[in-house]
Write a protein that binds this ligand. Structure first.
Ligand code: GAF
Length: 418
């Protein structure tokens, strides 16, 4: 398989192998026992389709080459015991005591997933209750920058979900594990987010985006053709941090629900550009603009997927640009730093550019010819300096594989002690 000999694939695999080894050593230090296995799941960049997921619309994200890793080993005392490289704390809870109410802080991500998986396991044809499943020790390390709009939380949730799914032999399919991650995020973390981020993290593929219909939950893999066109995707992390558990995100979601209720539809997915005149009559000015973003964005996502299939990435620039304008002016989730990143990228030769993710901070993406990378980066840094903005982080992302086991040592159940 020539794919497997591509230098980029080898590099990505080497990185994963190295991180897996480091994590295994750290697991032993923190938990005093060998890890049974290591799993990982990527962050994501959304190419296009923002705030459409919870409106049952379309999204087109891809998994990136920055991952969260979890190492896990069995325990025989019925406890979930979690540690991470972003805290000195080790948090413990009996499996039978896990519930959204007792979870807080960083540990709500992995323990929220454990709780949501246990709840799923207790239902169905072969119900298994928490007292019938072994406890575990788990250690997390993540390369996905936090607060950058690259779904660091979904990466942790999905890495934990694949690990526990395998450890407890629950046999849940990837799309179902994405939903488990979302339930953890909604109920244990308290962020009213949609299904996009966890779907991208679970279902991503190298050099492809994940087209997802958030109503039918049907997915399609859309080749991005970046390397073949000498294109790259540059991420501009503005360092303006956001938090979807508070403020603007929930407010936008409420506007969408109001618009759907006023229009007499179950979700804004059911409306098309032909409905816009009717919407303008029925909705107040702000709610109309919020809903118009969703309606037009759904069109842009489908058109982007179509153009990627028929013409390739050089054809999608105008759609990326239009998506940004819609988020800036209609949905109003952009900030000055994101607008600047997008404008400078466009001026300096990007095919297209837009903010990505939930908004109010985080990152923008620019689809660029590889040869322009250096000059474009210099232009962006210069413009940010001139505006007195914090120095953004600039990096290339590679569309990558979704959640997976990345290192096995023994079966995670083996060598259980305690
Ligand atoms: C965040 C949410 F988690 C996603 O579900 C999605 O709504 C996105 O914002 C906006 O498109 O990443």
């Amino acid at each position: 398989d020539p794919q497997h000999d591509a230098p980029e694939t080898l590099t990505a695999q080497a990185v994963i192998a190295q991180t897996t080894a480091a994590l295994t050593a750290e697991f032993e230090l923190r938990h005093g026992r060998p890890a049974g296995g290591v799993w990982s799941a990527p962050g994501r960049v959304n190419l296009i389709g923002e705030h459409t997921d919870y409106n049952e619309g379309f999204v087109l994200p891809f998994a990136i080459d920055r991952r969260a890793y979890v190492a896990l080993a069995a325990r025989s005392d019925g406890l979930a015991r979690v540690s991470s490289t972003f805290s000195d704390d080790i948090v413990e809870c009996a499996l039978t005591e896990l519930s959204p109410e007792v979870l807080a802080g960083w540990s709500a991500y992995p323990l929220g997933v454990a709780w949501a998986l246990l709840a799923a396991a207790a239902e169905g044809e072969n119900p298994r209750t928490p007292d019938a499943l072994p406890g575990f020790s788990l250690h997390i390390h993540s390369e996905v920058p936090i607060g950058a709009g690259l779904s660091s939380s979904a990466a942790i949730e999905c890495a934990t979900a694949v690990a526990l799914n395998e450890f407890w032999q629950l046999g849940e399919a990837p799309a179902r594990l994405a939903r488990i991650g979302q339930i953890a995020e909604n109920q244990a973390v308290g962020a009213p987010t949609g299904i996009m981020d966890q779907s991208a993290s679970m279902l991503g593929h190298a050099d492809a985006a994940v087209f997802l219909d958030c109503r039918s939950m049907q997915t399609a893999t859309i080749p991005l053709g970046l390397a073949a066109n000498d294109f790259e995707i540059l991420v501009i992390d503005t360092k303006v941090s956001h938090d979807h558990a508070t403020g603007g995100y929930a407010d936008r979601r409420a506007s969408c629900e109001l618009a759907a209720a006023t229009m007499g539809v179950y979700s804004l997915r059911e409306l098309t550009p032909a409905d816009l005149p009717r919407m303008r009559e029925a909705l107040d000015e702000v709610t109309f603009r919020r809903a118009r973003h969703i309606v037009t964005e759904n069109e842009r996502v489908q058109e982007t997927a179509r153009l990627l299939r028929t013409e390739g990435p050089q054809a999608i620039g105008a759609l990326l640009d239009a998506s940004h304008v819609s988020m800036r002016d209609d949905f109003e989730i952009s900030v000055a730093e994101l607008n600047l990143a997008v404008e400078v990228s466009q001026r300096s030769g990007a095919i297209g550019a837009r903010m990505t993710g939930g908004g109010f901070g985080g990152s923008a993406l620019a689809l660029i010819p590889r040869a322009l990378r250096e000059s474009l980066e210099a232009d962006i840094l210069k413009a940010f300096r001139a505006e007195g903005f914090a120095r953004p982080d600039l990096f290339i992302v590679q569309p990558s594989e979704g959640a997976t086991m990345t290192g096995a040592h023994a079966s995670p159940g083996e060598g259980a002690s305690e």
